[in-house]
Structure formats: C-alpha cells, structure tokens
Design a protein around this ligand. Structure first.
Ligand SMILES: [Zn+2]
Length: 304
C-alpha cells in the first residue's frame, strides 16, 4: 500500500517547449599573436590561375604565436636570415622558382627580434609547428636553434631524402637541419571535419593540427579556438589567397610549381571550399594572404 502511494505521487517530467539552443563551445584559454617576419606583394596571376598579373596582392610571411597555460608554440617561421647562402646549393627549375618567389620581401628583422616585439623569447617556446617544409616557412625556424620542429613523418622523410642528395622541395641546408631537429607528429586524434585524423596540441581542443597533404606530402593545417569565440584555420600554402577557397580557384603556374601533388592540392582546395560554404564564420587563414591576417588581427598583434 505504501509503495502504491509513493508511486502515485511520482510525476513525469513534461516535454520541454521551445527550440534547443546549441551548446556553447567551452571557453578557450588560448591567446594568439602574429609575428610578421616579412611583407611583400605577389602578382594575383601568380597566386590564382585566373588573376591578373598586373594586380598585386598584399602578402606576408608570418608566424602564429600560440600562448596557452601549457606552453607557447609557434606556427611557421618565415625565411631564414641565411637564405641567400643556402640557395647556392640549389640549381635548375626549382632554384629558379624559389629565387622568383623569394624576391621583393621586406624583412621586419630576425625571427628572434620579431618575437621579441611580441614579448616572447625563443626560450619560452615549447615547440614549433611546421605548416610545410618550404624555405619561407621552415627557414626562420632554423634561426631559433633550440626550438623543436614538429611535422608529419612525410615531411621529415622528404627532408631525409634531400639531405641524402635526393630531389625534393626543401632546401638542402634546411633539410639537414630538419633531419636533426624534426619530431614526427602522430595524428592520434579523431577525424575533424573533412580531415581523417587530428592532433590536439593542448588536449583541450583550442589548437588542433590536421593533415592536409597536397602542397607537400606532409602539409598540415592548424585549427584554433580563440578566447573571443572566433575559430581560425591556418591552412599553410594549400591556397595562397582567399580567392582560392572562395572560388575553388587553382594556383597560377609559378605558384603551382611548388605543389608536390596538383591533384592533392585541388582536393584540399575543394575541402576548404566545402568548409567555407558550410561554415562561413570559420576564418580561413592562408599563410601568405596579408588581407586575411589584417582582418583577423586588426590594429593589434594579439587576440587575448
Ligand atoms: Zn609559402
């Protein structure tokens, strides 16, 4: 009888009324700064196939500084101070393309000086993420000799091949340094969007690295969640300008001569286009498109 009375007093929770708002993303404790190593302009016809050669696009060689309670990291390092010396070993078409792409940049200082302006000493860096091994991303990291450089095994394997005298798109001097200082990223995390695996740098989702093979076999993208709620996707040189993913536009012939796989790069551009269509709020950041960096950082150099 007592049980019956207790049961009769029970009630059902009614169905909720109204639509369910999406859960907010957890707060991010990541702050992000830009370290602009060099500025320049690139002819639009070089960076996208249908761009006019007489129209210049503002360009940058920048590093992204990630500041987090678990340590500071740098994504990319610009060109090496000793680039000209390293180029003496490089001949042929690859050398020609590299020399053309290296012209017209105005350097802001050595990587150490530029980081210093952001209040960062190289010793504070736990590591560097390499978007890919080309001279305008890897070189400057060699000027920060105590910082371990993290890249996928494919990029480290290409460095080993070049260091042993084989062909590849990494400068021989820089390949030798990458062999010495490189550490292999293992993508042990789940699929993220169209990417089959990931590496959660801090374990809290604020900075997630994904494989983007195409421009080079070991190219990576870096997805960031900023404290102000914005999400940023640094895509290296998969596209050089925003028109690449906005219009699924292939690169011009000189820029595409740096792609190790044309088909792979096109596939990655398709994915970026798809992401942009599905999620226009996601800020896609091509490594060299200065307009996108300016739009993200505005007048300041840090987002905290
Ligand atoms: Zn580049």
């Amino acid at each position: 009888m007592l049980l019956f009375l207790l049961a009769a007093c029970g009630h059902h929770i009614p169905e909720p009324t109204g639509a369910l708002a999406p859960l907010p993303a957890p707060a991010s404790s990541l702050a992000v700064c830009r370290a602009e190593f060099a500025t320049g302009t690139l002819p639009k016809g070089m960076v996208v196939a249908h761009g006019a050669l007489k129209v210049d696009v503002p360009s940058t060689q920048s590093g992204l500084v990630l500041l987090h309670p678990d340590g500071a990291w740098l994504v990319d390092g610009g060109m090496a101070v000793g680039f000209e010396t390293s180029m003496r070993e490089v001949k042929g078409l690859v050398g020609f393309a590299m020399r053309e792409a290296s012209k017209g940049w105005t350097r802001a200082g050595t990587p150490e000086e530029v980081l210093g302006r952001a209040g960062l000493a190289p010793a504070m860096l736990k590591g560097a993420i390499l978007s890919h091994g080309h001279f305008d991303h890897l070189g400057g990291l060699l000027d920060l000799p105590a910082v371990p450089i993290w890249a996928p095994a494919q990029e480290l394997e290409e460095a080993s091949a070049v260091a042993a005298g084989g062909k590849g798109s990494i400068l021989p001097a820089e390949a030798r340094a990458l062999v010495e200082r490189g550490r292999a990223i293992s993508f042990d995390g789940p699929a993220v969007g169209p990417y089959p695996a990931s590496w959660d740098l801090y374990g809290d989702g604020s900075a997630v690295i994904v494989p983007m093979p195409g421009h080079t076999a070991g190219s990576v993208g870096t997805l960031l969640r900023l404290p102000d709620g914005r999400r940023v996707f640094h895509v290296g040189d998969t596209v050089w300008v925003r028109e690449g993913y906005e219009a699924r536009e292939p690169k011009g012939w000189l820029a595409s001569s740096f792609d190790s796989s044309r088909e792979g790069t096109d596939e990655q551009i398709q994915r970026l286009w798809q992401l942009h269509q599905a999620d226009p709020e996601l800020i896609i950041l091509p490594a060299h498109d200065r307009r996108q960096w300016e739009a993200l950082f505005g007048a300041g150099d840090c987002i905290r």
